[in-house]
Design a protein around this ligand. Sequence first.
Ligand SMILES: [Zn+2]
Length: 133
Amino acid sequence: MLATMMHHPRCVGLAAPQVGKNVRIIVMDARRVDKPGSRHGRLALLNPQITREERSRLLREGCLSIPDYTGNVLRYDAVEVRALNRDGREVRYKAHGFEAVVFQHEVDHLDGKLFLDRVGSLETDVFRRKSYG
Ligand SMILES: [Zn+2]
């Protein structure tokens, strides 16, 4: 999964269901694009759960699984996440800004949700992408 993520230059996260695996694993690295927020680096997490959410706002989002479109999605600006790391140890992260959004996006994938499921209106909140990124 890390190799798949790294293969796509602006890909900041991937969830196991996107590569056909029905397990609750995500990989992510918010440092790969220049957007404000916390930066915990490259993470590989098992069973991540969002335990706290603060301040929702609307922002534009895309997904490797839906390469031709972006959409306006309501996301929290700050979250706390609990998960197991590669060694099976419990880890907790406080994320804000872009990294917080990546967490929410990838956890959604584990629950079978795409950002298109979260847009207000498919007519006014979805946009055709001009170029990836
Ligand atoms: Zn995605």
